[in-house]
Design a protein around this ligand. Structure first.
Ligand code: GLU
Length: 389
């Protein structure tokens, strides 16, 4: 049993304690410029130790963590004798292969010293853009978090091509926050937040500490400024913020140069917060309710209807029929006895699987399908009630 496995205690009210301290699930993105010393090309280990201490503190409070770490290319290039300056695609792919193993090793060493299990997850753009792959990646991350591990994620740079890649970990981290329904995303980098203009060129540039809405003016402020190590500039951070707040997740752009960067955010150090209009669950439910054309429909009995109204999941036992062609992950309508659409949700099984398990007890699923799937046809987090009587 992992002694520091999170999830049993509930983080407190976010309003009283700030979005980072109050979050249930936090994604932290660490930029290359922080992790790797630009002169030596070596890992900034002393700094990383202070970040790990911060992460452990969050975990002890019961918060779940996902790390998105850059640094593979910056770390690997020295070992291949690659000169300073821009790399060709195949050179950066090679550098990433060499650097990623070192990066993962550093996290493993530092976190496992505290009996925290680290899991390396390398994602490609298709993993967030193609639905079945998105669902697979999401299920894996959920399983890792439920088992108490910390996923350490990077782009799979060795197979990413020039056209098909994120290229920057800001947007990757935002996709991960969305995928895991995180409520807080922290982008740690070598910039301290958003200014009305580039502060290096405009002495009168003002710092912005909170953004409630990403307007064209905010986007214009981002310009194209980039640090010389990683790939992300302010523009990719604003793009990340769009994804995060759209998913109901708070995001902050914070300076990471100092030791204990997360503690500093909680103590009110300067950073820019992007505030979402809703919560991750509400944003997800809104998206489900807004599906234009559900792929199919499930007819349910009165008992299941009562269960749904009481906030429970839809189990196969309460389903009397299935219509349409759908895969697991598609949105389907839920119809009551009178044929009225009463709810919508994301199907956990395809139409063919549903046909085999409907009306049966969840305990029979394995015998009926030949494999052990989930218990519910639609999980309550993936279900939105449309009418109440
Ligand atoms: N995936 C790249 C790396 O690990 C970094 C991308 C970025 O700089 O955001 O080196």
């Amino acid at each position: 049993m992992n002694p520091t496995k999170p999830g049993n205690t509930k983080p407190g009210n976010s309003r009283a304690r700030g979005p980072l301290a109050g979050a249930r699930r936090v994604v932290v993105k660490v930029g290359s410029a922080l992790l790797v010393d630009p002169r030596s090309g070596r890992l900034n280990r002393a700094w990383l130790e202070t970040l790990v201490e911060d992460l452990l503190r969050l975990r002890r409070r019961g918060q779940q963590l996902v790390l998105v770490s850059s640094g593979a290319i910056a770390l690997g290039r020295r070992h291949l004798g690659l000169a300073a300056g821009a790399l060709r695609l195949e050179e950066s792919q090679a550098a990433a292969a060499v650097g990623q193993i070192r990066l993962a090793h550093a996290y493993k060493e530092l976190l496992e010293a505290h009996e925290v299990t680290v899991a390396q997850v390398l994602l490609t753009l298709e993993d967030s853009e193609q639905r079945t792959r998105y669902l697979n990646a999401r299920a894996t991350l959920e399983a890792l978090l439920a088992l108490g591990a910390i996923p350490v994620i990077n782009e799979n740079d060795t197979v990413a091509t020039a056209e098909i890649r994120y290229g920057d970990n800001d947007r990757l981290a935002a996709r991960v926050a969305q995928m895991t329904s995180a409520d807080c995303l922290v982008l740690l980098s070598d910039v301290d937040g958003l200014y009305t203009a580039d502060p290096n060129r405009h002495g009168d540039a003002r710092f912005i500490d909170q953004v409630a809405q990403i307007t064209p003016e905010i986007e214009a402020m981002a310009g194209g400024s980039a640090s010389n190590m990683g790939s992300g500039g302010m523009a990719t951070k604003i793009a990340a913020a769009r994804i995060a707040v759209g998913a109901g997740c708070h995001m902050c752009i914070a300076p990471g140069r100092h030791s204990h960067p997360l503690k500093r955010i909680e103590s009110g150090a300067r950073c820019t917060w992007f505030v979402p209009a809703s919560t991750p669950v509400a944003a997800r439910k809104q998206w489900i309710a807004g599906t234009l054309r559900p792929a199919g429909a499930l007819h349910i009995d009165d008992g299941a209807m009562r269960a749904l109204l009481a906030g429970k999941s839809l189990l196969p036992a309460g389903v009397t029929g299935a219509l349409g062609r759908f895969e697991s992950g598609d949105t389907v309508s839920v119809m009551d006895k009178d044929g009225r659409e009463v709810a919508r949700g994301i199907a956990g099984y395809s139409d063919a699987e549903t046909a085999r398990i409907l009306g049966r007890q969840s305990g029979e699923i394995e015998a009926l399908l030949g494999y052990r799937g989930r218990e519910e046809l639609i999980h309550r987090d993936d279900l939105v009630i449309l009418r109440h009587e």
